[in-house]
Structures are given as C-alpha cells and as structure tokens.
Write a protein that binds this ligand. Structure first.
Ligand SMILES: [Zn+2]
Length: 425
C-alpha cells in the first residue's frame, strides 16, 4: 500500500510551505511568549535584541534557527579576547515529541574556530527562564572547572577579579555599550528531569546560523576598553555611574567617555576603600601601563579608590567632585603626566573650571559654591607649589566666581558634611 499526502500534519509544518510556516512559527512564538518588536529585553535581559523572522535556517523539520539583531554594542571578554556579539545571537526553535515548539535564545562567544568551536555557548530557555552556559574547546564540551577558570582569568586579565568572581557565582559579565554588565547566570542544574525537553545551542548551530546584519565586524578583537564601576556602596556606586553617564568634558573633543570609553586601550576602574585616611577622599593609581614604539602610552589601567568611610555622608555634589577630580588624575596619567608629582598644580591651572562647570551644569550648583567645592583637594597645591604669579592669575581670571578663602572653606565643609547640596542615596 502506498500512502500519499498522508504525512503527519505537524511533520510537514515547515516543509510544505516555507513562507507560510515561518509566519505560523512566528505566531506560535508570539503567543507563547507575548513577544513583540518593542520587547527588546525579552530574548536576553542583558542587552537589546530584535528578531529577524525573514532570516531563518531550517536545520531540519523540527529545528529552526532564526536570526537576531543585537541592538547594543556588546563585547564579551573570554580567553584573551573581546568577542563582539553582533551576529552571534539566534533564536532556536525546536519541536518536541508532543509537537509543541520550544524556544531558546542562543548566544555564541567563540574565541577560536580553526579546530572546531572554542568558546562559550549561552542558552536561555524562554519558557522556563533557565540559562545554561557551555564551555567548548576545539569542538568538545569542557567540564573542567580549573581550565574554564584559567580561560577566564587569562582572558580578562584586566577584569580578572570580576570574571572569576562571576564564574564562581555562575554568572558571566560582558561590556554592554562600554559598561560592565551581567550577560548571563548559569542556573541550569542538569537534573531537572525534563532536560530532554529543553532546547540548547551547540557548535553546529553556529555553523548553520543565518547571517544577516550586513557589515560584518570582525568576530573578535584584542581591543580592551572600559570604565568599570566596582563600587558596592549604593550611594557611591550611583554617583560613579552618574558621573560616567553624564560624561566629563576635559576640553573640546575630549571627554571621559571619548577617551576611556572608546577605541583607546584604556581602562579606568572605580573601587571603594576603607584603607584611606579620613582626610583623603580618594586616589588614582596607574596599575598597568604599555608604551608604543615611540614610547607614547598605548594602554593604561588606572585604579581609582573612593573613601568608603567618609564619602557616603557627603552631598552628591561633593562625591561627584571627588569622582571628577580622580578621573582628571587618570586623564592626566594618560596624557603623559604620569610621573608628575604636581598634577594638582596642573589641575588648579587648567581644570578647576572643568570641575566647577560640571557641578553647575549637572547639579545647578551656584557658581561660587561650584568653585569652592572644585578647589577641594587642591588646597595643598594652592598653598605649596603654585607660584604667586600663577595664583594671582587664577584669582583674577575667576574674579567674583571665587569666594574668599574663608568663605570657600566654609562652603566646601558644608557640602562635605552634607549640610548643603543633595543627600546621597
Ligand atoms: Zn588629587
């Protein structure tokens, strides 16, 4: 007996009418998940994505790979590289025995493809929200924790603490638009019983995934750049984020973000510290410096410590000033004033206005208050090393923007103790 046209209906779901069936698949997906194009964080909470239903690959009748555009700039440090996640995310649809489609977001973080897939594959089941992180080496899955840890440590030497801490907690980090962010947390136990029902990515999916998003950026590069906020205290952490987000204009065409957040090989790391003396708000120390063949700085890490013992009781304006002040130290290090012990002189001469304007523009601080606070941390420079000529030129330049020494000391203390300005939260 010959049976024609009597295949199980679900079996021919994709085969018979491709265009139509993808739209059926799409309808099913949207029904199951409530997805629409505005839900840019549905596929992965770490960065924004959009599904491209017109770019799909049918691996076989029960497995469809759908292209996903990554709308943010996402870099993932692993195994010595920064992997660009553009064109590295797919939606994977797998039909189970019960004919129901299961969906997962699969993010590929390849570091080498010459001898099979090496790198990470992050799978996120959209139904259960379960995330699973698989580590591959030359096409084989890696289970050895020590090797994985080493790959993280070597890779993210500049973020080693964060990366290995993240690994211990089962979470991994990447850079989303230049800022460190969670990418994924492994909450897959592997013993859920119904794991055969779940849909995970594999190296084969990477081979076959649909290619889209025209201009292909190289999949990985060795560019390191970032501004990292490791501060834990909520009020201090928020102030660091705010200063970074609002940017600091050092001079025309040179801002904190343009220097530390873009293509330069620079890293500025904000930390909190309980070791600083009570009179010290913070400090900035270069921790790693590389020079090019012309002996110019090609890469620098600057670690900024903020005084956790004293700063949280200060006003927002005061804390922001400290963050800006220390960022200027980092900027001056980068500009080659690394071994110049009188960076405060340079600051007093050229950057008091930068700090004061920052307060006026971002906090509506009265001008005289802004200059009083901006002079904080520069008193010893004023008293010790700036020669009289410089000082009188600063004074005459600022005119009545700068209150008398007595007045500005009082104003500074009011902001420092939180009597004036906004409370830090
Ligand atoms: Zn300083």
């Amino acid at each position: 007996m010959v049976i024609i046209g009597c295949k199980d209906q679900s079996d021919s779901f994709i085969e018979n009418n491709k265009v139509d069936d993808i739209s059926l698949l799409r309808a099913d997906f949207e029904k199951q998940t409530g997805y629409d194009q505005t839900k840019v964080y549905l596929l992965t909470p770490a960065f924004r994505t959009r599904i491209n239903w017109d770019k799909t690959v049918e691996k076989h009748k029960d497995t469809v790979l759908i292209a996903v555009s990554v709308l943010d700039t996402v870099h993932f440090p692993f195994d010595g590289l920064q992997v660009d996640l553009k064109n590295h995310v797919i939606l994977k649809a797998v039909r189970n025995k019960d004919s129901k489609w299961n969906y997962s977001t699969v993010t590929f973080v390849p570091t080498d493809l010459s001898k099979g897939y090496s790198g990470l594959i992050i799978s996120r089941s959209l139904k259960k929200g379960i995330e699973k992180i698989d580590y591959y080496n030359e096409g084989s899955i890696l289970n050895n924790d020590n090797i994985i840890r080493r790959k993280f440590a070597v890779s993210a030497s500049k973020n080693a603490n964060k990366a290995s801490a993240g690994l211990r907690a089962g979470c991994i980090y990447g850079y989303v638009n230049g800022y460190v962010n969670f990418i994924s947390c492994d909450n897959y136990t592997g013993t859920g019983g119904s794991s055969s029902q779940d849909t995970y990515g594999d190296p084969d999916d990477f081979e076959q995934m649909p290619i889209f998003d025209g201009e292909g950026s190289p999949p990985f590069s060795e560019e390191y750049y970032s501004i990292t906020n490791n501060v834990k205290n909520p009020c201090l952490k928020g102030m660091v984020d705010e200063v970074i987000n609002r940017d600091i204009v050092f001079k025309a065409n040179e801002t904190l973000k343009s220097i530390f957040g873009a293509n330069e090989k620079i890293n500025i790391i904000f930390n909190e510290s309980t070791e600083l003396e009570s009179g010290v708000n913070g400090n900035a120390k270069p921790t790693q410096i590389f020079y090019d063949t012309e002996e110019k700085i090609s890469s620098i890490d600057v670690s900024v410590n903020l005084n956790l013992n004293t700063l949280p009781s200060s006003s927002q304006e005061y804390i922001a000033t400290v963050v800006v002040h220390e960022s200027i130290h980092a900027y001056l290090d980068y500009k080659g004033f690394l071994y110049n012990t009188s960076q405060h002189d340079i600051m007093l001469k050229n950057y008091v206005g930068v700090i004061a304007n920052y307060l006026v523009n971002n906090f509506n601080t009265p001008v005289q208050d802004a200059y009083s606070v901006a002079f904080g941390g520069l008193y010893e420079a004023f008293l010790n090393s700036v020669n009289n000529q410089t000082w009188s030129s600063i004074e005459s330049q600022l005119g009545n923007k700068l209150p008398s020494l007595n007045d500005r000391s009082r104003i500074l203390a009011d902001y420092e103790l939180g009597y004036k300005g906004k409370k830090c939260q």
